[in-house]
Design a protein around this ligand. Sequence first.
Ligand code: ATP
Length: 430
Amino acid sequence: MKKEDGATIEKIVSLCKRRGFIFPGSEIYGGLANSFDYGPMGVELKNNIKNAWWKRFVHMRDDMVGIDAALIMNPKVWKSSGHLATFSDPLVECKKCHHRFRADKIESKKCPDCGGEFTQAKQFNLMLKTFLGPVENEESTVYFRPETAQAMFVDFKNVLETSRKKIPFGIAQIGKAFRNEITPGNFIFRTREFEQMEIEYFIKEEDWKTVFEMWRKEMWSWMTDNLGLDKKNIHELDVPKDELAHYSKKTIDFEYDFPFGKDELYGLAYRTDFDLKNHFKEPPYEDIEVKEKFYPHVIEPTWGLDRSVLAVLCEAYKEEAERVVLKLPAKLAPYKVAVFPLLKNKPELVKKAKEVYDLLKKEFTVAFDERGNIGKRYYSQDEIGTPFCVTIDFDTLEKDDVTIRDRDTTKQERVKISDLVKKISESLNA
Ligand code: ATP
């Protein structure tokens, strides 16, 4: 599938590799099925998304605190949470070529690889196992967390006691999760190791509908205002009752029009008091005023970080007559500005450009480029989404001003060096 302005998944993959956003993992050893490494540009983009999320949902709110928990938790966590028993996908195997597929995602009734018959579907647990310590047996078996969420429940009392929050309040976490997916694919859309940004928001039962609605709006605003996704590319799916996860009473999936089709970007679930009841024998919360102990209910908004990166790249990718440009929201761009001396072989221009570079580096992530002609340098920055390019020319040496070029309009204007930081900051905060 192709979007009207040219983003196919192949083009995104190729740009990511070529420009240092995302590489195939362990590539020099032939790769490792669907593992990916974020390169110099990718890690900046990903961190910018994480930081924007943390700022918006933790720092800017009075009703939120964060944690950063261990990836490997006591296996009893996964027994209590129900993951050991039910965190599985239906798996079918081709009787002829023995390739395996996720039954609920495969459209044909026959094997797409060889046309063979499938076996009956059986449940395949998605948790990734390993052993802790020198002995490999049942007692030492542990699991990499399949979601970040459980730590917020397990740490609930510790957080409560140390933060002195009262409900409604939330605990947020960003971190890796692992799932032994039957069929990973579509680049970083479905991998076995990925990052989540999750919130468990604790409430009184009677408030769940209002709070669910509040988070629904917050998620929309995040997607459009922070990630710059176009509303028309986002769709809500009310998950039918018979497809709800074992803990959920209501779930909305936010789907995005990826170049390979519409698929899940984020989820919003009402998890009731299922998790806290599983982990705590006694109600872990007390309303001091009325001296009542109870199990808070939970609304869970969850954001896949890698899927956020992918959606942002797909949305931003534009092919224009002469160039490929990533129209990233300026705040998410890996470099905010690039600095060029007009000519590489004029030491006075290079020296002045380095001074401007050093000045801007104190405030922003900055690229410096002196290779080839200016036009090529502009296109090179357009392709990685740098919002501004600053060129130092002979006039700069006399007037202390520079040409600043806008990525989206390609318009250029003269700005005093002393006004540059202000000008760039203003547009980043617009
Ligand atoms: P799917 O139906 O696509 O398997 P899910 O409904 O199981 O996803 P959740 O358990 O709700 O996913 O996980 C929360 C979020 O984590 C998802 O909305 C998605 O953004 C992200 N996510 C889940 N699985 C993966 C994966 N294998 N690779 C990358 N991101 C993932």
